[in-house]
Design a protein around this ligand. Structure first.
Ligand code: MTE
Length: 323
């Protein structure tokens, strides 16, 4: 039986600082990469990202921005804030996990693609990047805890991986799984959680234009606290659906049961589409608090992406679509 522990998900006032609006992205990137230092730690964010830039990385990042996703109608969140306020329960159930996450070995990294596919395989992350070109997209990112960010992610549409996997006719869902290594991820020694972290979406959702497999952020390969080397971004769903550090992608005819659904199915459902009118049992979803801002802004249906995703849910009604 699972023991339910309270989650430390409340945003505290002292985590918010004035927002920086970036007029020139390249100037911003130079500033952050060259000089960012986290107050009190003396550790530069450039180092904290803890990736060894290879020639391939130098060629790939910053990736060209896709003009269709260049404006999220919000200022981009300061990189320092976004990368020091993270949920990654494998490393602890608080937000300051970025240093602990540096222990995760990400090179080499393989991803198993299996289930209802023509040819199950295990693919090396670097080989994947050689097969599929990356681009940059600016997405909103909204957590059910009410904080939000706007992040320039780099990566590729999930649809391209679906094409590569060649799912069989019976495949209806995609199940994602994170690494399991309690030796280096101390959070995974917390036995009351159903490790490894699992998430799932429908095949139709996986093939939607917005569904993005992320390999980088802020013009660089993905920092470990963001879920290096490969994570999901589903900007119209609550952040917990955007699984980090993926090691396995399975195509299945059964709806996957996610980590949070297993932990507490009264609070976390399968669909988890953002809806300001459907409160979570512990948090109203009417407004959100962008990181770095003291303002509360109204939350939008499907997090503002209704035009792109409403079609997916046509003919399906009911509250469960939103939690
Ligand atoms: N993926 C894994 N493997 N482990 C996690 O704890 N947390 C989720 C999601 N993906 C999580 C995860 C939650 S609750 C949120 S809100 C987002 O990651 C946070 O992403 P960020 O830290 O990049 O903002």
């Amino acid at each position: 039986m699972l023991i339910k522990m309270p989650k430390s998900w409340e945003i505290s006032e002292n985590r918010t600082t004035p927002e920086t609006v970036f007029a020139n992205r390249r100037a911003f990137m130079r500033g952050v990469i060259g000089a960012a230092t986290i107050a009190g730690t003396g550790v530069s964010l450039g180092q904290s990202a803890a990736y060894a830039a290879t020639d391939d990385d130098t060629m790939r990042y910053p990736a060209p921005r896709n003009p269709a996703f260049q404006d999220a109608d919000r200022p981009i969140t300061d990189e320092k804030l976004a990368s020091t306020y993270n949920n990654f329960y494998e490393f602890a159930s608080h937000k300051q996990i970025w240093q602990a996450a540096q222990a995760l070995p990400t090179d080499p990294w393989t991803i198993k693609i299996d289930g209802l596919v023509t040819q199950p395989r295990t693919i090396d992350f670097d080989d994947l990047l050689r097969k599929i070109p990356i681009e940059e997209r600016i997405y909103r990112h909204r957590c059910v805890e009410r904080w939000s960010m706007t992040v320039p992610w780099s990566g590729f549409p999930m649809r391209k991986l679906v094409d590569l996997a060649e799912p069989l006719a019976g495949a209806k869902f995609v199940r994602f799984e994170t690494f399991h290594n309690p030796e280096i991820a101390s959070g995974q020694r917390q036995f009351w959680y159903p490790w490894p972290y699992v998430e799932g979406i429908t095949l139709a959702e996986a093939q939607n234009d917005l569904t993005f497999l992320v390999t980088g952020a802020y013009g660089k390969p993905l920092a470990k606290q963001f879920g290096a080397p490969l994570r999901l971004a589903l900007p119209w769903k609550y952040g917990f659906k955007s699984i980090k550090s993926i090691v396995r992608i399975s195509f299945t005819d059964e709806r996957p049961v996610s980590f949070w659904e297993q932990t507490n199915n009264r609070e976390y459902g399968f669909w988890a589409n953002v809806n300001p009118n459907v409160p979570h049992p512990r948090w109203s979803q009417a407004v959100e608090e962008p990181l770095g801002s003291r303002d509360r802004v109204p939350t939008l249906l499907f997090n503002g992406y209704e035009e792109q995703v409403a079609e997916l849910y046509k003919g399906m009604s009911g509250r469960s679509l939103f939690m």
